[in-house]
Design a protein around this ligand. Structure first.
Ligand code: C2O
Ligand code: CU
Length: 505
């Protein structure tokens, strides 16, 4: 029974994609054919494909799944297992795959030895579904359940993770990807060979156990502890994709690591970035490398080129995120390998034709009349020698909320005088990044996470939607920093009754 439901969902998507393809047919695109693009060899992505959560609901516009947080033994490399914290027994958790506008129902059960919640990173949803203890819901205690139920309003790649002791729980393996498709948009892009890549790391000690999340005390916290094993879809660099030379693939990437930045490179081959955190960006940009801070996402069209028998390496260079982050550290040379099948190379020009014309109309938020908000990200050493992060020197457990009116637009200037970079993340609302003249950074994109480099400042503009009052978190997405105080809230309007009594991390 479950299996037959499992088959139904992809069938529905294929049908919608086919309809969309008809609506957006371009010359040379044959109706009824899935794509005009040359395709990858069969099984090209078998080594990296994420399992999808089976949809238990026959309604085509409802995706209903079970999600259970529990410790489980996972294999991170051939023959190497670790007892991690997982969703549904996998690392990362299952890929949740929906269409924009679908209703998502998640029956969540906590089988961890600690309370937890599920936060839906980047989604514009009601505060009751945001997964922050106190502000959204009570903590889900061991053995308890909570049902998340909301409509998914925007296409893009999002992700889910706990919002209780985040550095600890995310660091132990609790995260997964949520892919929101827009079939009409996908038909315009015309690249069917798609892969979701969850980048992360995990700390494993010399006994093969998970590293103590408090190692190094508050000095470890001040830096932001990184795991010593880098993972792509839960695997240490042993996976191999098989490509047809020159044929485009679409890579949807999320950085789910608790502290690590990724500076990505595919043996200096260029690729095209088409999207950011909140779906497609204003126009595509060709590049040879991108940096993803913790929490950020990218949507890439990649057309690897090479002779059969050769291979490329997808790597991450060491990225300077501040004091002590680059010294004596090698690049992560092999996140995964791309090999080439013995097939004729794709003749269509790569990247996919039509990509150059891909546009998304993004209205710049109106700066006139916007309320300025200036904040500093700070670190202080207390009299007992320990470190404490804060916003304007106030750690989140002592902080009063910032205030916003429903419908208000605010311009936040975030100043970072600390020796470390901090990815600023706002719950529940997208923002746009402004340059130092107050103009939108091009290509424009909807963001929910942006890096604020050490000793620099970043300005963002945000409009707090009318319809979603509540206390919304903002914090550094280096989760040790968030748990160490670098977190605050914005109170938009009057929060729904019964919420906002306690602070959550
Ligand atoms: Cu992904 Cu409060 O964060
Ligand atoms: Cu930080």
């Amino acid at each position: 029974m479950i299996q037959c439901f499992g088959l139904r969902a992809p069938g529905r998507r294929a049908l919608q994609a086919a309809i969309a393809a008809l609506l957006f047919a371009v010359p040379g695109h044959i109706a009824g054919q899935e794509s005009a693009q040359p395709v990858q060899p069969p099984g090209w992505d078998a080594a990296l494909r994420l399992p999808e959560a089976p949809d238990l609901n026959p309604d085509p516009r409802i995706v209903e799944i079970n999600l259970e947080a529990r410790p489980a033994s996972v294999e991170i490399a051939p023959g190497e297992r670790v007892e991690a914290w997982t969703y549904n027994g996998g690392l990362p958790g299952p890929l949740i795959h929906v269409n924009v506008g679908d209703r998502l129902i998640v029956h969540f059960t906590n089988k961890l030895p600690q309370p937890t919640t599920v936060h839906w990173h980047g989604l514009r949803l009601p505060i009751q579904m945001d997964g922050v203890p106190g502000y959204s819901q009570p903590e889900v205690k061991t053995g308890e359940q909570f049902t998340y139920d909301f409509v998914v309003p925007d296409a893009g790649l999002y992700w889910y993770h706990p919002h209780v002791m985040s550095a600890h729980q995310v660091g132990f393996g609790l995260y997964g990807a949520l892919l929101v498709d827009d079939p009409a948009q996908d038909a315009k892009i015309g690249v069917d060979d798609e892969l979701v890549l969850v980048l992360s790391d995990i700390g494993i000690d010399e006994h093969g156990h998970l590293e103590d999340p408090n190692s190094g005390g508050t000095t470890g916290m001040a830096f932001g502890r990184e795991g010593n094993r880098v993972l792509v879809n839960g695997r240490v660099g042993t996976a191999k994709l098989m490509a047809r030379s020159g044929a485009p693939q679409r890579w949807r990437i999320v950085n789910a690591a608790k502290s690590r930045y990724f500076s990505l490179d595919l043996d200096e081959q260029s690729f095209t970035r088409i999207g950011d955190d909140g779906g497609l960006q204003e126009y595509p940009v060709e590049t040879k490398g991108i940096v993803l801070a913790p929490g950020e996402r990218a949507d890439l069209i990649v057309a690897p080129k090479g002779e059969p028998g050769t291979q490329l390496q997808f790597r991450s260079y060491v990225f300077n995120r501040g004091y002590g982050s680059v010294e004596f550290r090698p690049a992560e040379e092999n996140l995964f390998t791309v090999g080439f099948a013995d097939l004729p190379p794709a003749t269509a020009p790569a990247p996919a034709p039509g990509l150059a014309q891909l546009r998304r109309q993004i209205e710049p938020l109106n700066t006139a009349g916007a309320t300025p908000v200036n904040i500093d990200f700070t670190i202080d050493q207390l009299t007992n020698g320990s470190f404490e992060y804060g916003v304007n020197h106030v750690p989140f457990w002592k902080a009063k909320p910032f205030l916003a009116k429903p419908g208000e637009t605010q311009i936040w200037t975030i100043n970072n005088p600390t020796p470390w970079s901090h990815p600023f993340h706002l719950h529940g609302f997208f923002f746009q990044v402004l340059d130092d003249k107050g103009q939108p950074v091009r290509p424009m994109a909807w963001k929910d996470t942006v890096n604020v480099p050490f000793k620099e400042k970043v300005t963002v503009i945000v409009r707090f939607d009318e319809d979603r009052p509540g206390n919304w978190m903002f914090h550094c997405h280096i989760l040790d920093h968030a748990d160490g105080g670098l977190m605050g809230t914005v109170r938009v309007g009057t929060p729904p009754a019964g919420l906002s009594s306690t602070l959550g991390s």
